[in-house]
Design a protein around this ligand. Sequence first.
Ligand code: AMP
Length: 430
Amino acid sequence: MTGFEDLKLIDPLLKAVKTEGYESPTPIQEQAIPIVVTGRDLLGCAQTGTGKTAAFALPILQRLYRGGTPEGKRPIRALTLTPTRELAAQIGESFSAYGRHTGLRCAVVFGGVGQAPQAAALRRGVDILVATPGRLLDLVYQGLIDFGALEVFVLDEADRMLDMGFITDVQRIVSLLPEKRQTLFFSATMPAQIRSLANNILNDPEYMAVAPPCSTVEMVDQSAYFVEKPQKPDLLAHLFKNNELRRVLIFTRTKYGADKVARHLTRNRVRAAAIHGDKTQNARTAALDAFKRGRVRALVATDIASRGIDVEDVTHVINYDLPNEPDSYVHRIGRTARAGAEGAAISFCDSSERAFLADIERTIRMHLRRELGHPHQSPKTPPPLTDLESRVGSRPSKPAGARTPSTGARKHFRGRRGKPKSASGKQPAK
Ligand code: AMP
């Protein structure tokens, strides 16, 4: 098995990955690091959750460290552009963690918060900048940013940039960068517009594709609780009596619903916070931080607010309201299977949400395990699944058409966390 030593990383980085608890590189790191250290451009088809950040951050840190720190004010030598504030903050944290023994400085700039501390950091000088496009352009137009010394440019989640309408901003930013640079381009999907953007900004790139560590639907223990709307709060409080629900992400359809659920949990002495678009960026960051540090046990979110949240060790995802889009369901439950770890997803389903459940099950090609006999069960609960149906839904059988895990990824991530049981403490039916 390849170790980080085999990737010819310098000691300060080897020490840092050890501190992070990484035992061996993930498949994307194994593939990308040797390419990036040579200075070549890279087109990577890879998702968040595969270890992508370290795959680009480690070789960038190595390059800058080896280049030595220039005299005087430090010029920006590496820029990472990413679509969301949350991702920017996470990538910045990763650069700081992996670079903790290098003396290199990293700053993060994104909108929705005051600009003064970001501008002050830029005035002091940084080696590495992580940014969302809008705020970066604001700072450029104010003359606070000079890309004259830029060596490496990373475009992260390019397809999401497109979805979120940032492509013109990205193009504008690229036009400000020196022609002679190394460019690393990552996207989970490669629609035509993204391929053409890649063609324009990459120079003879190496191409690399990494499947997600494992199809999410296989890794997550998924169960459905039939409960009518008025009883949902009581069922939620009941579930939280189980200590295995340590770090729980709860999804509601509306912002109002998110606040209401958080208040209800707090009244039931469960530490909870809500995160949604009506909260200020500072309130969102504080809630996310409290959740990451384990100061709150439950984070209640709407779909939009949850984008890009990468919190390790989310033990359970609860769909307080079922989404009407099966894709949102897959996205939501993916929050508990980060980096190939296993997790549990609990879905509340009232009579009006039955059709959503059917849609989801059709899409993921398996049945959610029915959790029957709980104290708040709906009188309109449908009949139990047949033996055959429940076998299809039991873990770890692979649903027809599920993606094959990339080689090594699943094995690699095994054992990072114990297997969570279902909320009721029972192991899923075999
Ligand atoms: P990313 O795809 O960069 O968002 O990384 C997903 C998660 O995997 C993060 O929580 C990282 O801390 C974690 N991770 C990255 N590389 C490794 C590794 N080599 N071993 C174990 N965990 C890792």
